[in-house]
Each structure stands twice: as structure tokens, then as C-alpha cells.
Design a protein around this ligand. Structure first.
Ligand code: G4P
Length: 528
């Protein structure tokens, strides 16, 4: 395919993920987006967290129950002549390193804020990950049909807590039962709210002009105070600046209610215009532009046991340049091997289908028989290695022991492989023979225990370990590293890749250690 044809396909694509705290409305908004994109026909089709609730120990049943939600973890739909790829970031118990890594595969993110609760913990964490690459962020303040907090206060909170400028694009008029709609500060249009349209695309009722008679009639007695507030907001808030947005310094903010299907379409209209098409990606040697002709991509997630009957694993690959065509030959650069790929899959409409063609920005799934690891690069021949697909410092730790002392070797092998695949992180303290696992979400531990038994035939148990967080040690001065190894021996470990890691028993201990060793870097991420 020619460069021009690739450039045209690439410029249409918008690849993003939703970041939010559980319960803010991610499932609801995803559903509305899919409804708009005609991927589903009616609301209530996307599995929400309710039907996802499970006894986490029963991994197999959970997999079966959740077949659809897992295979639909990449959703592609069309909107206004754009091709939108929405990458699902699991919520709730499913929170795992996958969630973080998925954010390395997108070009932008949509942040959902619960209007009643404001900026919450999980969002803060996910924003930290987005900030590593200055990912452009769209914001949607949800649940305007409820009593929410003062919108001005919410904007201040976004700015203060998330350290990003907030530029309101529309402004809510009233809230809860008095919610009348939103006023677009740029087009001078009021988009009128009609409750109870959850399942269908809401009617598009607009009033042109804040100072029109129709606006007066709609706002009734509160007209003057609404106009005053809007004028205040217009004067005091940031003006939308696309450059600042693309640089990750400013977020356009939309108000609406996902449940009542109001404001999502308007946001999506602007999203496909303003969000960036696939961006250039860094490798160890050069930057790869999305419209280059030769194919390249990297693996950001491996999903095990997607089909329990086949015990297969799917490696999710983000295409970074060129196009994939069925049956093409690619080079798996880490192992320097050419492979012909005829059975890459897409995840359309909850089903896995063989993909015929895909372009930069798209996500395809490769069948993985154990050779593919997170972070692996595939190209059409060039020796490249994409960077920016890091490990994130885990926040939960457990010591793992085999119940059968004769199976220690299998346990080590299993853990080594699961760590390479990115399911969990493994640390081996210098001071003893313990095997310490680190994860960012509890579910990771459950999955690992199940898979150790199922795939490696090792029954194991977890024990508490006094580690609160981990930092990768980096220092060019070998002498200093030696000294640290001696003095910090108690808390040092080697990770799955053999790198020196500091396992901090408390945050205070970590701060003190960082202070004590000013010339050593204690990193919260490490590259694959
Ligand atoms: P999540 O995926 O981010 O965890 O959130 P989800 O969409 O599941 O929404 C969490 C709860 O908030 C759900 O209620 C959902 O119906 C509700 N919700 C989402 N958007 C809005 C909105 O705009 N307005 C109002 N009033 N509620 C909203 P639930 O009672 O927990 O579940 P369900 O019984 O409704 O499924």
C-alpha cells in the first residue's frame, strides 16, 4: 500500500481509552459510545460491573462468564468519517498492570469524573501514567441528572489535583431535577436536556443564543443567575487551546449524563475532531512515524486463556506504522525471527474475527504460543525496539510458597514465565530464597495462583510480606551500587529481569532511603 493511502487511513484513526474511578460511569458511557457507533443496538448490552461481580477465586468460571467482556476489550466503531478504537481498561477488581499498559498503547484518553464525587484515587493514578507520555486528555463530568458539586469547584479540583488546565467547552445549566441542559461556550448553543432517553439516542434539541427568547423561556426565573454564571465562567476559565491539549497540558471539559445519554454525542463529535491521530512512537534507535509505509507494532498486553478450550493466549499489538494484511511476514525483533501471520484477530462486536487489514492506530491480536512477551516489537524487517512500555512499581506484595517442597523448580519456572508475560512481577530478595510477587491489583494474585495450578501443576499459598512499594535502583557508579547493596541488603531484591530493586517496608522508609542516597535513582517504572 502506498504512503498516501496509509496516511489517509491513519489520519482517520482515533485510538483511546477511558480512565476513571470505579462507579464514575465508564461502563455506561462505553455503552452509549457503542450505541452511537452502531456496535450495539440497545442499551443494557454491555456487561456492567454488576454482572461482572464474581468470586475472584473462581478464575475459570469467571473467564467463561465474562467471555464477552474480555474479547471485546478493543472496540472499533465509525463516527463522522473517523475510525475510533476504544481500548477497554478493566475496572474494579480487574485492576491490574494491564490497565496501566493499555494506556501506553493509546494516543489519547477520556477521563470520566463523577460530578458528585470529583477527582478520585484511581483517576489520579491513571493520570500519573498518562502524564509519563503527556497523553492528551478529554474530560467528561458525569451524572448531571443528580445533585452534583459546584461545577466551578470541580474544575478547580481537576486543575489542582491533576495539575492540568481545565477548559470547559460546555457549561451545565442546573443539575439534578433542575438540569436543563448544557450551554456550549464556543458555539453559543444550548443543548436542551430531556430526561429518560437512556436507551435511545437523545433528541437533538438546540437553542441558538444565550440571549434568545427561547433561552429565557427555558431558564424561566433563573435566567439572570444562569447568564451571570456563564459570563463569569467565560471570563475566568481557560480558553480551549488545541496545542495545549495535544501537549497534555490542558483538558477540554464536557458536562453531561451518560445514563440519560446526554452530552456523549456532543463530546464524541469534538473528540474525533480534536483528539490526535496515531502519533509517532519512540524506539531505541529512532522515532517511527505512523504513516511510514513499512509495518511496525508492539505488544502491550497478553491475555491468557481467552478461549479455555484452546488454552491459547492472545498478544495485543498496537500497530505503530504501515498496515497489516492477512498472511504477511513480520519480524519478531527480540528473537530475530520472521513469522508469517495469517490468523491475527480483531475483537469486533464481542467476537474474535480474523482480520484482513489493519492500519497504524489499530489493535490486532496475535496467537501467542509462549514466544511473545509484553513490549515485543514486530516489524517488516528493520531491527527496532519500541520504548515506553514500562513495568509499573507494584503496590501489593505477597510471598508465594509451594505446598509441595518438591515442586519448587516448577514454581520458579512458572513464575518466571508469568512474570515475562506480564501477569505479575517477581522479586527475589538478596537476603533469602523467598519468592515475592508484586502486583497493582488483587486479581493478579488470584489469576497467578490459578494458573500455577492449572498450567504448571503447582499448588501454592500466599503469605503476607512486609513490603509496601518497590523502586528500581539505577546508578552509573558501580562503587556506590556496591555500597548500597551492603547497607541496604535487607531490603534489596532482584526482579524477574535480574534488575536491582528496593523493596520498601514503608513509604517513610522509602523517603529516608531516597534522601540518604541522593546519587542513586529510585525509579517507579522500568522499561520492558
Ligand atoms: P463504572 O463502569 O465506571 O464502574 O460505572 P458504571 O457505568 O457501572 O456506573 C456506576 C453507577 O452509576 C451505575 O449505577 C450507573 O447506572 C450509574 N450512572 C452512570 N452514569 C450515570 C449518570 O449519568 N447519572 C446517574 N444518575 N447515574 C449514572 P448502579 O446503581 O451501580 O448500577 P445499575 O444498577 O444502574 O447498573
Amino acid at each position: 500500500m502506498s504512503n498516501a493511502a496509509i496516511a489517509q487511513e491513519v489520519s482517520k484513526r482515533r485510538t483511546f481509552a477511558i480512565i476513571s474511578h470505579p462507579d464514575a460511569g465508564k461502563t455506561t458511557i462505553t455503552e452509549k459510545l457503542l450505541l452511537l457507533g452502531n456496535l450495539i443496538q440497545k442499551a443494557g448490552t454491555v456487561k456492567g460491573k454488576k454482572s461482572d461481580r464474581h468470586a475472584t477465586s473462581d478464575w475459570m468460571t469467571m473467564e467463561q462468564d465474562r467471555g464477552i467482556s474480555i474479547t471485546s476489550s478493543v472496540m472499533q466503531f465509525h463516527w463522522n468519517d473517523r475510525v475510533v478504537n476504544l481500548l477497554d481498561t478493566p475496572g474494579h477488581e480487574d485492576f491490574s498492570e494491564d490497565t496501566y499498559r493499555t494506556l501506553t498503547a493509546v494516543d489519547s484518553a477520556l477521563m470520566i469524573v463523577d460530578g458528585a464525587k470529583g477527582v478520585e484515587d484511581r483517576t489520579i493514578k491513571l493520570m500519573d501514567v498518562c502524564r509519563l507520555r503527556d497523553t492528551p486528555i478529554f474530560s467528561f463530568v458525569n451524572k448531571m441528572d443528580r445533585d452534583i458539586r459546584d461545577p466551578i469547584e470541580l474544575l478547580d479540583e481537576i486543575e489542582e489535583v491533576l495539575k492540568i488546565q481545565a477548559a470547559p467547552i460546555n457549561w451545565p445549566i442546573g443539575m439534578s431535577t433542575f438540569f436543563k441542559g448544557v450551554y456550549n461556550l464556543y458555539t453559543d448553543t444550548i443543548h436542551v436536556f430531556k430526561p429518560g432517553q437512556n436507551a435511545v439516542l437523545s433528541d437533538d434539541v438546540r437553542i441558538q443564543g444565550l440571549y434568545s427568547d427561547e433561552a429565557r423561556a427555558l431558564f424561566e426565573d433563573d435566567y439572570d443567575s444562569y447568564v451571570e454564571e456563564i459570563e463569569l465562567v467565560r471570563g475566568a476559565s481557560h480558553i480551549f487551546d488545541r496545542e495545549a491539549f495535544l501537549a497534555g497540558k490542558q483538558t477540554p471539559v464536557f458536562f453531561g449524563t451518560a445514563l440519560a445519554n446526554f452530552g456523549v454525542r456532543e463530546m464524541l463529535n469534538d473528540f474525533v475532531e480534536w483528539a490526535p491521530p496515531p502519533i509517532a512512537r519512540a524506539t531505541t534507535t529512532r522515532e517511527v512515524s505512523a504513516d511510514e509505509e513499512p509495518f511496525s507494532g508492539f505488544v502491550f498486553k497478553i491475555q491468557a486463556n481467552m478461549d479455555p478450550k484452546h488454552r491459547d493466549r492472545i498478544a495485543f499489538m498496537r500497530i505503530c506504522s504501515g498496515s497489516y494484511t492477512r498472511g504477511m511476514k513480520m519480524k519478531h525483533t527480540r528473537i530475530n525471527k520472521d513469522v508469517r501471520i495469517a490468523d491475527a484477530v480483531t475483537f469486533l462486536a464481542g467476537d474474535r474475527e480474523n482480520v484482513e487489514e489493519a492500519w497504524s492506530g489499530d489493535i490486532i491480536g496475535l496467537h501467542n504460543h509462549g514466544t511473545i512477551q509484553i513490549g515485543d516489537t514486530f516489524t517488516e524487517g528493520e531491527n527496532l525496539k519500541f520504548t515506553g512500555i514500562p513495568h509499573f512499581a507494584p503496590e501489593m506484595f505477597q510471598r508465594v510458597r509451594s505446598l509441595d517442597p518438591l515442586k519448587i523448580k516448577q514454581l520458579q519456572k512458572g513464575l518466571q514465565q508469568l512474570a515475562e508475560e506480564g501477569a505479575v512481577q517477581l522479586f527475589q530478595p538478596l537476603k533469602n530464597n523467598d519468592l515475592v510477587l508484586g502486583a497493582v491489583g488483587q486479581l493478579q494474585f488470584e489469576v497467578v495462583m490459578f494458573r500455577l495450578k492449572d498450567e504448571y501443576k503447582v499448588d501454592c499459598k500466599y503469605e503476607p510480606v512486609s513490603v509496601q512499594t518497590a523502586r528500581w535502583v539505577e546508578c552509573n557508579d558501580n562503587k556506590m551500587v556496591e555500597e548500597l547493596r551492603k547497607k541496604g541488603y535487607e531490603n534489596l531484591a532482584l526482579d524477574g529481569g535480574g534488575l536491582l530493586t528496593y523493596l520498601a517496608p514503608t513509604r517513610v522508609n522509602l523517603s529516608l532511603t531516597i534522601e540518604r542516597w541522593p546519587d542513586v535513582q529510585f525509579r517507579a517504572t522500568r522499561e520492558h
